[in-house]
Write a new protein. Sequence first.
Lengths: 284, 221
Amino acid sequence: MESGFFEKNAVIIMLGSAGMLIMASTLVGIYLLSRRKILDQQKEMDISAEKHRAELVISEIETLENERQRIAGDLHDDVGMTLSALRLNLSLAFAQTGEGSVKNAVYMQCKDLVDNTIHKVRQISHGLVSPELQVLGLNAAVKALCESTEVSSGVHFHFICTNMFARPDAKTETAVYRIVQELINNTLKHAGAGTIAIEIIQKQDDLYVSYKDDGKGFDTTVTFSSGLGLLNMESRVQLLGGTFAIISAPGKGFAGEIHIPSAFAEKNTIPYHEDPEGNTYRHI
Amino acid sequence: MHAVELLASWLITWSPAALILPLFLAIRVFPKAGIEARALAVFVFIASAAEAVAGVLWYSRLNNLAVLHLYTILEFFSLSFFYYLCLPGKVIRSVITVTTVLFLAFSIYENLFLNGMRIFNIYSRSAEGIIVTLYAVLLYIKEINAMPSPRTSMLLWSNTGFLLYFSGTFFLFIFDNSNDPDAMSTAVYKEFWAFHTLLMIILYSLISIGLWKVAFSKKMQ
């Protein structure tokens, strides 16, 4: 019997198997190409959806900030001015009635009430838009926030600002200020903490913010997913290309770390405010 | 000895070693993985057991084709179950069920009346080849939109193995003349079986990759 490929059925098997394998390989190739195309499209759609979400968050934050500014302006310009005028009129009335009058006690009470109201309106207005933040920058604003909160709440604050020789751009300052404000509010509302420690550090072009309290803490897996406040903070940081990490556990207090890269890059920074006498507000 | 013949002999002798890695992975995957990966592991267990028994009979110089006949049925059952799990839909699952029953009837008929237990079951092997090839094509169509995951990887790697093996060996089985001693020389026959062995090694290698993706993913699927 002759040996070789030309035996009975050998050619058919060889060609048939080769043909089937080529068809199968072609099918695998077509499948892989189509799949890559579909996955690329899916990725593009995901990127587009993520971009849209980011735009919505930016728009929401901008609207919120504008609204805060508008309300703060109205409070300061309208309500504040009216209250100031009322206080002046009360003082004039008090001066005209003379000492020892029975009405004096009522006038004094009214004056105290107006003073308190003016103080509260100013507090609300400053809470909505921090004048320190706009004029003096993040460092001064957070320091003022710590001081005022320490007085009103009785919680002890440790605030340190290290190596900050410039101001980041307004968006970064506002975002970080709002996050710190929100974190302090959370601590006061839920943590029952005795001490809050805040540190702001500039390392080259990057901004680091560390926030710690010695409160009762919480389970991050539960609270982070359900808490809108924490998610908003994370969104704010993500919009700046940064990261926001929290560490907490029941009974272990709370720690939050914010890192904003390139916050002090030359294109981003704004100079410290300088008054006509040449004094800068870098160190406060 | 001619180099090709030498390579063919080497492949045929050492091909069972290709089952070691998938067997190890199947043992690892079986207790925790999802049902599809388990079905694939069952296929590997059956193949390993059949290979072991056939090997023992071969070295005892006994005809081991009866093992192949039984293996063909069990292999088809395990693959049908695998594709039954992977291909959703009432119609397709009914088709798989009916096909499996018909295949069993056909295999028994071939073993009893057509070729007998002591010679090669070419019709069952060929039928199995074309049916599994069709299942593999259907699974590609079904999985084209699936997002990447260890499960998807496992399905796609193993499915590619089945497609290449069963489509590549279809002509080998259907035109096999080993039952006719005058049809083909031993040398050519050996070359063809070496080709079959090569496809089998590719199949087990691809199954190994698939099982590996599941075995070493964070969460077995």
